[in-house]
Ligand binder design. Structure first.
Ligand SMILES: C[S@@+](CC[C@H](N)C(=O)[O-])C[C@H]1O[C@@H](n2cnc3c(N)ncnc32)[C@H](O)[C@@H]1O
Length: 175
C-alpha cells in the first residue's frame, strides 16, 4: 500500500485538531482502541494518559512510526490488519474511528455489530462522519443504539471558513 503525505497527521495540524476536539477526558485512564490511525500522530499526546492504547491499521507502511512511538509510550500496542478481520479477547473503554468508517469493507450493520461487541458498557465511541456516502447507515445505527453526548465540527476557525471539510466528530456513550 502506497503512503502519500497526509496533512491531518502533521504536528501542527494534530495540535490544532486536539484543541478543537478536546477529547482527552475520553482517553485518560481508559483501555483505548484506535482504528485506522495512519501514523498514529493525531492523539499521540494523550497516549501517556491512557491505561492502554492500541492502534489497528492495515497499512504496514506505518509500522515504523508505531515502533518509534512505543519507545516513548510503553502502553502503546499495535496490530497490522483491517477492522474486518480484527479479533481479540479484549474489550475497550473507548473506540476511536476518525475518518475510517467509509474505508471498511463490511456492510453498515456488521460494522456497528463489531463496534458494539468490542465496546464495554458505559464506554465511548469517538467517530468522525464521512465525506463520502459509503457506510452512512453506521451513524444512524449509533444514533439509535447509543447516547450521543457530543457532536462538533471537525474543524473550526480558518479551516471551517475555508470550507475544505464538512465532517463532524460525534461522541457516543454505550449504556
Ligand atoms: C482517511 S485516513 C484517516 C487517518 C486518521 N484516522 C486521521 O483522522 O487522521 C483512513 C485510515 O484508515 C485506514 N484504513 C483503511 N481501511 C481500513 C480498514 N479496513 N480497517 C482499519 N483501518 C483502515 C487507512 O490506512 C488510514 O490510516
Amino acid at each position: 500500500m502506497k503512503h502519500t503525505h497526509y496533512i491531518r497527521q502533521s504536528y501542527l495540524f494534530c495540535k490544532y485538531r486536539n484543541h478543537v476536539l478536546g477529547i482527552e477526558k475520553y482517553l485518560t485512564g481508559k483501555n483505548v482502541l484506535e482504528v485506522g490511525p495512519n501514523k498514529g500522530a493525531l492523539f499521540a499526546q494523550y497516549y501517556p494518559q491512557a491505561k492502554k492504547y492500541t492502534l489497528l491499521e492495515p497499512n504496514r507502511h506505518f509500522e515504523k512510526y508505531y515502533i518509534k512511538l512505543q519507545k516513548k509510550h510503553p502502553n502503546l500496542h499495535y496490530k497490522i490488519g483491517g477492522f474486518e478481520a480484527f479479533s481479540t479477547d479484549e474489550t475497550f473503554d473507548t473506540i476511536v474511528m476518525m475518518a475510517v468508517i467509509s474505508h471498511i469493507k463490511l456492510d453498515s450493520q456488521s460494522i456497528f455489530a463489531r463496534i458494539d461487541s468490542l465496546l464495554n458498557k458505559g464506554g465511548f465511541l469517538i467517530v468522525e462522519t464521512n465525506n463520502t456516502k459509503r457506510n452512512l447507515e453506521v451513524f444512524a445505527l449509533c444514533d439509535r443504539n447509543y447516547e450521543k453526548i457530543e457532536a462538533k465540527a471537525s474543524y473550526s476557525g480558518i479551516m471551517k471558513w475555508l470550507k475544505i471539510d464538512y465532517r463532524n466528530v460525534l461522541i457516543y456513550r454505550k449504556a
